[in-house]
Design a protein around this ligand. Structure first.
Ligand SMILES: [Ca+2]
Length: 395
């Protein structure tokens, strides 16, 4: 339920046989030490023994976990994948193929069917990439590795609970290299809290070819966090000339009528209807699309709070429902700054006489004020956005 790559992982042997067997021994010792902790959490010896039968140390999961270099993909590129023509048309096909199931899910949980479908498309390409790595091996390896050991041990205990409950046979308990499972990539603790048995066979099976339980579980999750059926995630808007970008950001919430008084309009030129309180976001500053986003935006964010992900899900859902692309495209190549670049931006602004009140790599109110002051002095629209081109200009 957080960003991850969907790459099928195989067993990768370590290059040096000696160190591989040493690692395997250390892993086996870790499992022995883990047993009493699992028992204390209510997992039976029988479950543990069955679950770890054939479990292996999977160095590939550790390699992937450690090599997630900080990488910021341009939003234009991200959106081109998130709501590609193929994914939109596959989503429409899925809406037809599973029309009965999706309308029952929507009626039961009050969550729009096209949004559930969009999450399905984003998370596993409509079930095509559910992850086929043995889950117990993956989670035990990552817990043993220790970099995020506490988190993964929690996930491992939750996974053992799934087996103990009989929801899935051990051989079918698979997931991604990071332990996300099934059609909509639940992590085990989220599964334990939110998964539902929609087929009525007594098992919450989010791994099966049949997506019923997985899609119902996703809807149950969104409902739990306050989904409002029929409310959009957001709508694209146009800003008036001279708009004060200080009002942007998810922390500022106003009624659509208040935004209308500020001159904000839908892309059709009409006032945005009253869907409830809204924030105005401009993900790439003045040089890109602007959106009024509603409470459902934050609800999708409970799945994955990256702004790009939320917009990706929302936009894919809109496209599946028949809406067109955004009227203003995200600027090609425009991406957020890496941490080192944010630090450099703060240093350069301060050196140029626009103090950011400290250099911490975080673009907060002081940094935005410094960026705006610099932009005004150079005749640029003062949107306070920390862009690559701004940094390049300062260099
Ligand atoms: Ca079921």
């Amino acid at each position: 339920m957080y960003r991850r790559q969907f790459i099928a992982t195989g067993l990768v042997s370590l290059g040096v046989a000696g160190s591989a067997s040493a690692q395997a021994n250390a892993f086996a010792n870790w499992v022995t030490g883990f047993r009493p902790r699992a028992r204390a959490a209510g997992i039976s010896d029988r479950t543990i023994t069955a679950a770890f039968d054939g479990a292996q140390y999977l160095p590939d999961s550790i390699n992937r976990d450690r090599n997630q270099a900080e990488f910021v993909r341009p939003l234009a590129e991200y959106m081109a994948t998130a709501a590609s023509d193929a994914r939109v048309s596959n989503g429409r096909s899925m809406m037809q193929q599973y029309a009965g199931l999706l309308s029952r899910v929507q009626a039961t949980f009050g969550v729009d069917a096209n949004v559930v479908t969009a999450i399905w498309g984003m998370e596993s390409n409509y079930g095509a990439r559910r992850g086929d790595t043995p889950l117990i091996s993956t989670l035990a390896t990552l817990a043993f590795d220790g970099r995020r050991g506490r988190f993964f041990e929690q996930q491992l205990v939750a996974a053992l609970g799934i087996l103990q409950n009989g929801d899935v046979a051990p051989r079918n308990l698979t997931g991604s290299w990071a332990g996300a499972m099934g059609h909509t990539q639940f992590i085990p603790t989220s599964y334990q809290a939110y998964a539902v048995d929609f087929t009525g066979d007594g098992r919450r099976d989010i791994w099966a070819d049949d997506p019923s339980d997985a899609l119902a579980s996703t809807a149950a999750y969104l409902r739990r966090y306050g989904w409002q059926q029929g409310q959009p995630w957001g709508v694209e808007v146009r800003l008036p000339p001279g708009f004060d970008f200080e009002q942007t950001g998810r922390a500022v919430k106003r009624s659509p009528a208040a935004w209308t008084r500020q001159g904000v309009r839908g892309v059709d030129g009409q006032p945005v209807p009253n869907y409830g309180e809204a924030s105005l976001i401009t993900p790439t500053g003045a040089g890109g699309p602007a959106f009024l986003v509603f409470r459902n935006f934050d609800v999708i964010g409970r799945y994955n709070n990256a702004e790009a992900y939320i917009i990706g899900v929302g936009h894919l859902a809109d496209r599946i429902r028949g809406m067109g692309p955004f009227q203003t495209a995200f600027p090609a190549g425009e991406r957020g700054l890496l941490r080192a670049e944010r630090v450099e931006l703060q240093q350069r602004l301060t050196a140029a006489g626009f103090s950011t009140q400290g250099v911490d790599g975080r673009i907060g109110p002081n940094s935005r004020a410094a960026i705006k002051a610099y932009q005004r002095s150079r005749g640029i629209v003062p949107d306070g956005y920390a862009s690559v081109s701004l940094l390049e200009r300062l260099r």
